[in-house]
Design a protein around this ligand. Structure first.
Ligand code: GRF
Length: 197
């Protein structure tokens, strides 16, 4: 079974969508652990409720990369999944983890990387936005793009309304991409990613 370790800092709705897809048989993978940098993260609670090992890593306790690797490596992940993990990962972590790391971002990258991507899109006045699943590299939301979904930005949208519309697509897109990865269908050559049929 394809082994996932999920990293989340907050409410964990993407984590929940992944679990739902597993339950529904749409994602043939197993979540081995949920790791958070926030002791109060709702995602930790969700994991505990399901009997999934839930670990809090204290960012103040020492070098975060080291602590994360110590928690994650024993679970032998095939893929590390960032689901609202609000910290930049350092090269020593990315190289040390030894498997692909993927992230979901609420914009059509490379537009609006970083924090409050939905507010950035509303403020900029774009007519379309969406979400992106990408491999994680050492930059800010800069790794090779695996898949995107597009939503319209309506004139009356504020940050909350747009976030809601995008989130719905995130919950469909992330499990789908993880299933492609689990099936070994994601082929990556530099920045060029193709999904094999
Ligand atoms: C999502 O919007 C995701 O795109 C971004 O952080 C948010 C996490 O939401 N990286 P949730 O914790 O999965 O509900």
């Amino acid at each position: 079974m394809y082994r996932l370790v999920v990293l989340a800092s907050g409410r964990g709705s993407n984590f929940q969508a992944i679990l739902k897809a597993i339950d529904a048989g749409q994602l043939t993978a197993q979540v081995e652990a949920l790791v958070s940098d926030q002791p109060q993260a709702k995602a930790l609670e969700l994991a505990r409720e399901r009997g999934i090992p839930a670990r809090w890593v204290d960012p103040k306790a020492g070098p975060l990369s080291q602590s994360l690797l110590e928690e994650i490596l024993p679970f032998q992940p095939d893929c590390v999944v960032l689901a609202g993990f609000m910290r930049m990962l350092q090269p020593v972590f990315i190289q040390g983890v030894g498997c692909p790391i993927v992230n979901i971002h609420p914009s059509l990258l490379p537009a609006f990387p970083g924090l409050q991507a939905q507010a950035q899109a509303v403020d900029y006045g774009v007519r379309f936005s969406g979400c992106t699943v990408h491999f994680v590299d050492e930059g800010l939301d800069s790794g090779a793009i695996i898949a995107q979904r597009v939503v319209p930005v309506l004139e009356e949208d504020d940050e909350a309304a747009l976030s809601q519309r995008i989130l719905k697509e995130e919950h469909a897109l992330y499990p789908q991409v993880l299933q492609w990865l689990a099936q070994g269908r994601v082929h990556c050559q530099g920045r060029k990613v193709s999904i094999l049929s």
